[in-house]
Design a protein around this ligand. Structure first.
Ligand SMILES: [Zn+2]
Length: 88
């Protein structure tokens, strides 16, 4: 796995919007580096329950001020429902 750098353009990046763009930078080799800007609708993670792709709303993830990309797992709606019902 290649290193991914999370560029943060300010403490209130999400609130300010506009100029503050988050992006992922990945070095493919010594000469090629790709940069992908992050928006509300192009961030995904893998559901730890079934392995399917889940769309992530970063603003939602960070709104409580405790967002942690490494410590956060997001379940898909099906698995969330199953877990929710299983906990009752
Ligand atoms: Zn799932």
């Amino acid at each position: 796995m290649l290193p991914v750098l999370w560029k943060i353009g300010g403490n209130n990046a999400f609130k300010m919007g506009g100029l503050k763009v988050f992006y992922v930078k990945e070095k493919l080799n010594d000469t090629v580096e790709i940069t992908v800007e992050l928006y509300d609708d192009n961030v995904f993670c893998t559901c730890p329950g079934c392995g399917c792709e889940v769309s992530i709303d970063l603003a939602e993830l960070f709104k409580d001020g405790e967002g942690d990309l490494y410590g956060t797992a997001v379940y898909c709606s099906e698995c969330s429902k199953t877990r929710w019902e299983g906990n009752r």
